[in-house]
Design a protein around this ligand. Structure first.
Ligand SMILES: Nc1ncnc2c1ncn2[C@@H]1O[C@H](COP(=O)(O)OP(=O)(O)OP(=O)(O)O)[C@@H](O)[C@H]1O
Ligand SMILES: [Mg+2]
Length: 421
């Protein structure tokens, strides 16, 4: 709707751009003829405009109030909000007139012979007010004085409605943020509780492992107990697995040490996959590892890098719930650049192009309340950046998503400064 050159007075074929305020009392300095009835209606309109119900309602009530005063004119308002990327168009047409469509996108009434377009002023630039008529003299004597008074009313009330909308959005965002901080704090204390639980499990598990081993060796001495040897072996193995898992879990939950060391990327990925086993299994995901045969280590903090992959794998499994599919983790090394890349590819729902630009922003989530804080990928980005790397995503809706984590190989890191996420 804006004039490409931003010129408020440019004329277009069939459409005339003007500033109606110049027709009003303030600009002319003389009182324009307007009857008391019309003034009363305008006064009532100013009272009725519901600024607390949003811009759209302001525009609707404004046009509803104005249309009876100017019965032979078509009236239209087009409000653009670049911050929200929205455009709102509202029309009031005299009886027997159709809106129709035309070649000139700036016109709201292409079927009428005249259309006067007024640009609203800053900060509503780009928004326009339209008066359509089949008569160049603009239908009746009241038109100009009424519009001259009404237009500032419209502008002032849209601005007020917008300010209230922004305030409400800010309050809602703050409330969401508070809920997320509470949830994050809850998770942090859960980490401490887990560490305590695992500590308590350690002693009995160590006993189970030791006694299972003792029984196995005793049974091995007897010829008739091959099956029992196998059972004892399985008890020992299962207990070992729980022990390993719980120790890794504590290492993961513990705040990261600040000392970077060479980290075996495949080991870290395997650990993260074990943590996500339950989520991946629930979503029916099949995991495929495509490992580089001689992947160099990276210099970093293992716990933080595990967090990167836990986040990526959890997101992938959420995206594959009810669909199943494969999670393919591929590692590669580019010796000339000295970079290690890890590609995480899923067959999930994919990400809408509009969302793809926002997924690394803190608190951006499409998950329902309680299911996601929207912090996962922002933490991923920060950790990877602290390790001198980059993370990027590509996605096709309905097909799947690919995340690529690119890290400098240990021997190639230019600085030995500890990464701080
Ligand atoms: N593999 C994926 N497939 C589809 N969408 C994804 C994928 N990974 C991320 N997303 C989208 O990106 C959004 C942000 O992800 P992010 O991990 O930052 O937060 P979250 O998973 O919503 O919450 P949490 O803080 O619990 O991780 C998700 O809500 C989801 O919409
Ligand atoms: Mg996540």
């Amino acid at each position: 709707m804006t004039d490409p050159k931003g010129d408020r007075t440019t004329e277009r074929p069939g459409a005339q751009v003007s500033d109606l305020r110049e027709l009003g009392p303030a600009a002319s300095g003389t009182r324009s003829p307007i009857d008391a009835r019309a003034l009363d209606r305008l006064y009532q309109l100013a009272i009725d405009l519901p600024v607390d119900e949003g811009t759209a309602r302001v525009v609707q009530v404004f046009l509803d109030g104005l249309a009876p005063l100017l019965p032979r004119l078509a009236l239209g308002v087009c409000v653009v909000d670049p911050a929200q990327g929205e455009q709102l168009v509202e029309l009031r047409l005299p009886e027997g007139v159709e809106a129709g469509t035309g070649h000139d996108p700036s016109r709201l009434f292409p079927k009428m012979s005249h259309e006067e377009i007024t640009q609203l002023s800053d900060p509503l630039l780009g928004s326009t007010f339209h008066v359509g008529s089949d008569d160049a003299t603009r239908a009746n004597v009241l038109t100009e004085p009424v519009l001259g008074r009404a237009l500032p009313l419209l502008e002032a009330n849209i601005k007020r409605a917008r300010a209230l909308e922004r305030k409400a959005q800010g309050a809602a965002a703050l409330k969401r943020l508070q809920a997320q901080v509470i949830q994050t704090e809850k998770l942090a204390s859960l980490g401490q509780i887990v560490a305590g639980v695992v500590h308590e499990l350690n002693n009995p598990l160590t006993s189970i492992v030791a006694y299972a081993d003792y029984l196995k060796r005793r049974l091995e001495a007897r010829e008739d107990s091959i099956d029992d040897v196998e059972r004892a072996r399985r008890i020992g193995e299962a207990a070992q697995r729980i022990l390993r898992f719980s120790r890794d879990l504590v290492a993961y939950a513990r705040p990261s040490a600040d000392v970077p060391a060479p980290v075996e990327v495949h080991e870290v990925i395997d650990k993260a996959l074990v943590f996500c086993e339950h989520e991946l299994g629930k979503a029916g995901v099949h995991v495929e590892r495509r490992w580089h045969p001689n992947l160099p280590s990276v210099l970093g903090i293992g716990g933080q890098l595990a967090q990167v992959f836990v986040n990526l794998f959890t997101n992938a499994s959420h995206a594959m719930v009810g669909r199943g599919g494969a999670l393919v983790v591929t590692t590669a090394f580019d010796p000339s650049a000295g970079r290690v890349t890890i590609t995480v590819d899923d067959d999930g729902t994919g990400i809408d192009p509009a969302d793809l630009t926002q997924i690394f922003e803190p608190f951006f989530t499409t998950k329902t309340e309680g299911r996601g804080t929207g912090l996962g990928l922002s933490i991923v980005r920060d950790i990877v950046a602290a390790h001198g790397g980059k993370v990027s995503a590509t996605s096709t809706v309905g097909v799947g998503t690919t995340f690529v984590v690119d890290l400098p190989a240990a021997a190639h890191r230019s600085s030995t400064r500890p990464p701080r996420a």
